[in-house]
Design a protein around this ligand. Structure first.
Ligand code: HEM
Length: 504
């Protein structure tokens, strides 16, 4: 009896000790740590609101904290929104921060393409793509593709929508549009996901496969490696979708770049109407024997890079503009003042002069600041290092930077950081203000900054002008507009809008 009482007292003492310990470490923390499970229960509990939750935790911790996962797992990394830390990782001490082997495993669908490469392999691909992207013929080809897709598909479709008076999901429309256009740009093949008639909408498996694999990749960041590998082995949960999606994607890219495809250079290749990116890659790389895996990996990376980023940017931009009528009016005034002629096909003449649209550029940057299509990025320290915030990063430790949170930091953008204000990007002299990329991180910073930034602004501006000039978009009331839980900042429930034709 005496022994039982002693054991009971000991048990109560141990429980009390741990409870007090857990209470002490979590007293002021917005993300409680429950050893041995770490902060993962809190993260999972707040998953539906993860970007805001992480933002408030970063604010609480002064911009940087260590996220602790369950004991004996690989989940233990730094999270930061401190621009000095980000500048250090992406530029100043760039050589010490790579993507790491874990990144390669999580993003295995990208193969050995540029996003998934480090050191010499990355450098080689970066130089190759950079030399291709900076050619005039490439930029002109992009303009041509977007112009044709607008004229033949998007504008006629929205015209029909405006007559039908029904609501449509603008996110679905933008995803189809950008998938068609990026495939046309990279593969010289248009999968025609976006019809020009409402009655012709159909599910496109390859387009849906991209979305599902992005969600699965997000979850791989949050669960221990052994768990998602087990799920993959058992073919359950999100991993089941990835296996299925991967097969569809592999088949799609194999069909477009078959191993028996021949590449002959002809004089017509200098003409932008005949531009073929895959052929240009073979030419530029000087391959003696065509490396089909390399070409497919490059194509997968570029299609992934250009599809969702552009469609997500468009969705948030149109939502913000539609809910801020004063911004919409100013954009239309700017287009009228700088461009409008009575010509039927006036859009063609303005595409070379897009830099004149100072206010529109500000509005797009503002949408990208508040809703960056890639909300998180991460790097892995090669050797141990001290961040400018004073935090010590051990070798092989991941550092995540939340681009979403950075767009909401008073220290960077001022007290009105949550407001949508295109004027923020315009100087007193009426020019666009250049914000250092380590503060405005939507396109990443340093040697690994986005290679598609220029063509992205070209596309976004062309689409914004054509759509806003011709139509007014009214967001359907009562729907919940919030970010999805994915590696790309889509809208969780899409964006239902009603469309009315403008009489300009
Ligand atoms: C609004 C549109 C876009 C946004 C917000 C965006 C954002 C980004 C970000 C954040 C990165 C860094 C990713 C990382 O290191 O893991 C990146 C890299 C890259 N982007 Fe974009 N991107 C956009 C459009 C495009 C387009 C249209 C293309 C070309 C088809 C493109 C091509 C690339 C490439 C090749 C890289 C790899 C750079 C490297 O690792 O050296 N991007 N982009």
């Amino acid at each position: 009896m005496l022994y039982s009482l002693e054991y009971f007292a000991l048990f109560v003492a141990i429980i009390s000790f741990f409870s007090i310990h857990i209470w002490r470490i979590n007293r002021n923390s917005p993300i409680p740590n429950f050893p041995p499970l770490g902060m993962i229960p809190a993260i999972l509990f707040n998953l539906s609101n993860i970007h805001e939750y992480i933002t408030s935790a970063l604010k609480h911790h002064g911009g940087t904290f260590k996220l602790r996962g369950p004991l004996f797992t690989n989940i233990n990394f730094f999270l930061t929104s401190d621009p000095m830390n980000v500048h250090h990782i992406t530029s100043k001490n760039f050589v010490n921060y790579g993507k790491g082997s874990e990144f390669h495993e999580i993003f295995e669908s990208l193969g050995d393409g540029i996003f998934n490469s480090d050191s010499q392999n990355w450098k080689y691909q970066r130089n190759l793509l950079q030399s291709l992207f900076k050619q005039n013929i490439f930029e002109n080809f992009v303009r041509k593709v977007i112009h044709k897709k607008l004229d033949d598909y998007l504008l006629p479709l929205l015209n029909e929508v405006s007559k039908s008076r029904t609501s449509v999901d603008l996110q679905d429309i933008f995803q189809r549009f950008t998938f068609d256009s990026i495939c046309s740009i990279v593969l010289a093949f248009d999968p025609n996901c976006l019809p020009n008639k409402l009655s012709q909408f159909r599910e496109v498996a390859v387009e849906k496969a991209f979305n599902k694999s992005e969600v699965a990749i997000f979850y791989r960041h949050l669960v221990p490696r052994w768990l998602w590998k087990l799920q993959r082995w058992l073919r359950i949960g999100h991993e089941k979708d990835t296996i299925f999606g991967q097969k569809i994607l592999d088949q799609f890219f194999c069909d477009q770049i078959p191993s028996n495809r021949e590449f002959n250079y002809t004089k017509d290749d200098d003409d932008e109407s005949n531009f073929d990116m895959i052929k240009a890659l073979v030419e530029k790389s000087g391959m003696k024997q065509v490396d089909y895996k390399f070409l497919r990996d490059t194509a997968v990376n570029l299609v992934s890079a250009g599809r969702d980023t552009i469609s997500a940017s468009l969705c948030w931009f149109f939502w913000l503009v539609s809910t801020h009528p004063n911004v919409e009016t100013k954009i239309l005034e700017e287009i009228r003042e700088k461009f409008k002629t009575n010509e039927e096909n006036w859009l063609i003449s303005v595409v070379k002069d897009l830099d004149k649209l100072i206010y529109l550029h500000g509005a797009l940057c503002e949408a990208l600041r508040l809703f960056p299509p890639v909300p998180y990025q991460h790097k892995c320290a090669i050797k141990s290092d001290i961040l400018p915030s004073g935090d010590r990063v051990d070798a092989n430790t991941m550092v995540y930077y939340s681009v979403y949170s950075m767009g909401r930091m008073e220290q960077i953008w001022g007290n009105d950081c949550l407001e949508f204000k295109p004027e923020r990007w315009i100087s007193e002299k009426g020019m666009n203000i250049q914000v250092p990329s380590y503060k405005f991180m939507a396109f990443n910073a340093g040697p690994r900054s986005c290679l598609g930034k220029n063509i992205s602004f070209i596309q976004l501006k062309m689409i914004a002008i054509a759509l806003l000039w011709n139509f007014h978009f009214q967001v359907v009331e009562g729907q919940s507009v919030c970010p999805s839980v994915s590696i790309v900042l889509h809208m969780k429930h899409g964006l239902q809008v009603r469309v009315t034709k403008r009489s300009n």
